[in-house]
Structure formats: structure tokens, C-alpha cells
Design a protein around this ligand. Structure first.
Ligand code: HEC
Length: 141
């Protein structure tokens, strides 16, 4: 019996720690090659293919300050992105995000979205005004 209790506690602890690590790991595997997790240097900024995670979450939280709403938005957007839903003005520079259907499941997205909400933008983040626009890129809309 003691053995069983110890085993159960271990399993629960393992489950919790795996779940906690999950969103971060999944984000790094499935999203970070487009969405940088660090502040881009000017050199990186000119080569970016998508807004950094901090910028994405700045706009998502602006519209959806509540975590549950923000998570719902991200889970939906990653599978069904559209110009109408987009909150990031930098869509004008980068174009619409390609749907990640097939690359990531809904459950994985929930963990990813929760991690994104808890992590970005980092405290002290200042949104660079006009990001994606004042860079000599013509507006396409
Ligand atoms: C191939 C590159 C690419 C990958 C991979 C990618 N994204 Fe994006 N994402 C973009 C681009 C480009 C934009 C900006 C244009 C837009 O908003 O659609 C964007 C924007 C977003 C936005 C903001 C949408 C808005 O309101 O404008 C969210 C949220 C997002 N991505 C989540 C994710 C998540 C979660 C993943 C991983 C499962 C992911 N993205 C993977 C390219 C990518």
C-alpha cells in the first residue's frame, strides 16, 4: 500500500511537471522558428518572417486580457487564421500566418497558448511602435 501511494504521488508529480514543461517545449518545437522568443536585434528584425512572441501576445492581451479568452483565440487562430481575425498590424508586412492544422493538435495548442499567455510579453516589454510598418515595406492593404 505504501508502495502504491508513493507510486501514485510520483505519477501525479510527473504528470504535473510534464504538463508544465509541455507548452514551452511544444511552442519551441512548433512555433518558435517563426515567432522568436527573444527581443530581435536590428539584424534579426530585418530577417523575421513573423512577429516575435512578445509582440503577438502584446496584441492578443490588449484585446483579450482574460486568459481563457486569449487561449481560445490562439487555439482557434493557429488552425484557422484569417485577415478578419488578425490582431497584429504586422500582418501587413508578413502576410497571413499559414494554418498550423496537421502540425499541431488542439490539445497541444491549449498548452502552447497557456504558456504564451503566462510568458509573453516579458515584464518591461515596450512595443516598438510601427513594427512591421516603418521599415520601408509597402503596405499591401
Ligand atoms: C511559418 C511561420 C509561422 C509558424 C510556424 C507559426 N506562425 Fe503564428 N504567425 C505567423 C505570422 C506571419 C503571423 C502574423 C500575421 C498574422 O497575424 O496572421 C502570425 C501571427 C500569430 C498570432 C497572432 C494573430 C493575430 O491576431 O494577428 C498568433 C496568436 C500566432 N501566430 C500563434 C502561433 C502559434 C501558437 C504557432 C505554433 C503552433 C504559430 N503561430 C506558428 C507565422 C507563423
Amino acid at each position: 500500500m505504501k508502495q502504491l501511494i508513493r507510486y501514485s504521488a510520483f505519477t501525479v508529480a510527473l504528470g504535473v511537471s510534464l504538463f508544465a514543461a509541455d507548452g514551452k517545449t511544444l511552442f519551441e518545437q512548433k512555433c518558435a522558428f517563426c515567432h522568436m522568443t527573444t527581443k530581435p536585434t536590428p539584424q534579426q528584425r530585418s530577417q523575421m518572417v513573423a512577429p516575435p512572441a512578445a509582440g503577438v501576445m502584446f496584441h492578443v492581451k490588449d484585446r483579450y486580457p482574460n486568459k481563457a479568452d486569449a487561449v481560445n483565440f490562439i487555439v482557434d487562430y493557429a488552425h484557422n487564421p484569417s485577415k478578419e481575425k488578425a490582431l497584429c498590424p504586422s500582418i501587413r508586412r508578413f502576410g497571413l500566418m499559414p494554418s498550423q492544422k496537421g502540425a499541431v493538435t488542439k490539445d497541444e495548442l491549449k498548452a502552447i497558448a497557456s504558456y504564451m499567455f503566462d510568458t509573453f510579453p516579458p515584464s518591461g516589454f515596450k512595443h516598438p511602435k510601427g513594427m512591421g510598418m516603418g521599415m520601408g515595406m509597402p503596405l499591401q492593404r
